[in-house]
Design a protein around this ligand. Structure first.
Ligand SMILES: [Zn+2]
Length: 345
């Protein structure tokens, strides 16, 4: 009888050790300690045995039961610790798959940096659709009826609307400025906001011109705004973006929506003022046209020019990025050339 128990013990331990997973182990546990197990059969037959033998067989059976329980616990710990979440064959020696992280386009990065700089000065972010109309792009902006920018050689008009006028004559926005009146009609004054976006011009491309490019415009409308505070703001923004003082100069400029208008040039950072193809050998680059908002534009926005005043600043995003990285051809930004773009990671 004791020999039989010994065999049961041996076979039992072997099957515990060969259980490959928790399900198999559970099946083995039932088989070894369940009501129909060989061990249970032996215990059931104790009744017909002599007292001494019954005692020793009983002790041995309990010892085996305890042994099984311990071994099952050990095997369970082994299975859990060596378990893997990878199904099937997995070859650890194979080379891994290289992760190729993307990065922000340098123009997007510049736009975000400007957003941060302007927000720190209390400006709100605003955006509108890329499709505008003659009313918002030109009429509200005080463009004369025969202004050349209205011609199809400068502006992309939307097919089927060219013979209409005003709000029904649609175009790809040729500048962001039209969005200013939309904002002021929606939210009123006082206001200080920026509205970055892509604009479209039907022109020949060269190292400084593209048919679609990004602008970044800021507008302040308030009572008693001084012209000089605009200049201070622009210098502060440039210093934030470039991390150092940048030399600027202001020239007279003419734009239908300003009175007076100005052009702000910054010293060319590609050549540091010596002259290169980006600055057309002049050492300076136009980056910010703008000016005091024209009374007719304020009227288009339902604001009284006797009460309100304000000024525009239109930042050439592409130009600023060219200055930041010393890029000498604006067409590279839209080339989709990864060799170019990877440099800005
Ligand atoms: Zn230059």
């Amino acid at each position: 009888m004791l020999e039989k128990l010994e065999r049961i013990c041996q076979v039992g331990i072997e099957s515990i050790e060969s259980a490959g997973n928790l399900d198999d182990l559970e099946a083995v546990r039932k088989e070894l300690t369940g009501k129909k197990s060989s061990l249970q059969e032996v215990l059931k037959s104790l009744g017909g045995l002599e007292t001494d033998i019954r005692k020793s067989v009983g002790m041995k059976s309990n010892e085996i039961k305890k042994n099984f329980a311990e071994k099952i616990k050990e095997r369970e710990a082994e299975i859990v610790s060596s378990a893997s979440f990878v199904e099937g064959e997995f070859d650890l020696t194979l080379p891994g798959i290289e992760v190729n992280p993307g990065s922000l386009h340098p123009i997007t990065q510049m736009c975000y940096d400007l957003n941060d700089a302007f927000r720190s000065l209390g400006f709100e972010l605003y955006s509108e659709d890329d499709i505008s109309s003659e009313k918002y792009a030109f009429d509200n902006m005080n463009f004369a009826a025969d202004h050349p920018a209205r011609q199809s050689m400068d502006t992309y008009w939307i097919d089927g609307t060219e013979n209409k006028s005003g709000a029904e004559r649609l175009c790809l926005r040729p500048h962001l400025t039209g969005g200013s009146v939309r904002y002021l009609l929606e939210k009123g004054a006082p206001a200080r906001f920026v509205y970055p976006g892509r604009v479209y011009r039907n022109e020949n491309t060269d190292a400084r011109h593209e048919r679609a490019f990004f602008q970044y415009e800021a507008l302040i409308v308030d009572k008693d705004i001084s012209f000089s505070s605009g200049r201070v703001m622009i210098d502060a923004i440039l210093e934030k973006v470039f991390g150092r003082k940048v030399r600027t100069r202001m020239r007279e400029g003419f734009f239908p929506f300003t009175e007076p208008g100005y052009e702000i040039d910054m010293q060319c950072l590609v050549c540091n003022g010596k002259g290169c193809k980006v600055c057309n050998q002049s050492g300076w680059i136009e980056v910010m046209p703008g000016g005091v908002i024209h009374p007719n534009v304020l009227k288009a926005a339902n604001l009284d020019p006797e009460i309100w005043t304000g000024f525009y600043t239109n930042i050439g995003l592409d130009r600023l990025v060219m200055m930041r990285y010393g890029v000498d051809d604006v067409r590279l930004f839209h080339s989709g050339d990864l060799r170019f773009l990877k440099q800005f990671k």
